[in-house]
Design a protein around this ligand. Sequence first.
Ligand SMILES: [Zn+2]
Length: 432
Amino acid sequence: MPLAPEKILSDLIRINSSNPPGNETAVGRYLKKLFADAGLASEIIEPEEGRGSFVARIGSGPKKLLYLSHSDVVPVGDGWDFEPFSGEIKNGIIHGRGALDCKDLMAAQVSAALQLVEEKAPLRGELIITATADEEMGGRLGAGYLTDHHADLIKADYAVNEGADHPIIIDGKMVYFLQVGEKGTAWCTLKSRGTSGHGSIPSLADNAVVKMSRAVTRLHNYRAAVVVIPEMEKLLRELAALCKIKVDRTLGPDQVDALLEELPLDKPFVEALRAMTRMTVSPNAIRGGSKTNIVPDYCEADIDIRILPGQDCEYVESELRQVISKDIEIEFNEYRAPTFSSSDLPFYKLMEELTLDMAGKDALVLPGISTGSTDSKYIRSAGIPAYGIGHMSEGFDPKARTTVHGRNERTDTASLQMKTAFLKELALQYLS
Ligand SMILES: [Zn+2]
């Protein structure tokens, strides 16, 4: 009998894979043993010592499905009410770092695969199980390395990964999300130059910090154009209907903001919806000046900009130029295009159907996009449609949601079992 998913999760939590430094190979070795015990080969791809990603496959045939999770976790910090790496299971709760991000997904994927092997399920295709290193620090040593150097190992028709919000409950109905896209990043540094001088006669100098502060204030007041991709339109319409709010036939930019004001949902959720419908610009760091009595001739500011499908550096620059003066330089230093997989593909429909089978016909499944990013950016960029899940069962504690990357991370066994059952059925149906 394969281990229960909660036992696998508990074991995984006990392996400290905080990144930095990572130590993901230890997770890989644990998984390798589980697969070996079931008579299955697997491999660990290690671009740097200790930073391995795990890859295994079951079944054979032309169809290929990739189950993806990441094996690193973020550092724990202080102030936990329990030992972060205990993996303790008590009263149906599994405790510790990684319980929701995302060793639970890993445990569910691995457990589903091992159950299919144990039951000799008639798979006519391959299920590839991959646990990647380094996701929490950008993924270059994990999913990035695999797509660049071992693309054949993870080549698949579709991928299932983390990335969707947990379900929300509206009017007693469970609303599940399937993540179809992630915003891109267009981080840049603005540079202002002036003429230095003595602080006692500032009118003789040209103050670069003052110039930059004007630019930063304008950026803070900038209102980006509302862009509603079809999946977001579906999401907003369905949420409006659930909350009994009437919307026009055309959901134009004005209606989007009016609707967001009206939705009686949690502020963090509504603000995430706002960020899913426009580029966001956040000036987050500023450096300039050296001494109280010297007028500074140089200042720079780092701007976090997140873009939607259809937007790129050129778009960002033209928008910024409308707001800030010409003498401020714009230098892009980190660009990653948004990634997107259509909700029109049959595999999406299958995921939607199976979620409803599990959650009951009263539930709802909606597409969503993430304001941040996961390893799916690499997978989608390699041409594989990827979808994120955040499935939890009805009795889950919504407060646990905020423990991701925070203190007291935990999940419940019922949700883990639901996730496992969903992934098992999905692989079975797609591959047979
Ligand atoms: Zn994660």
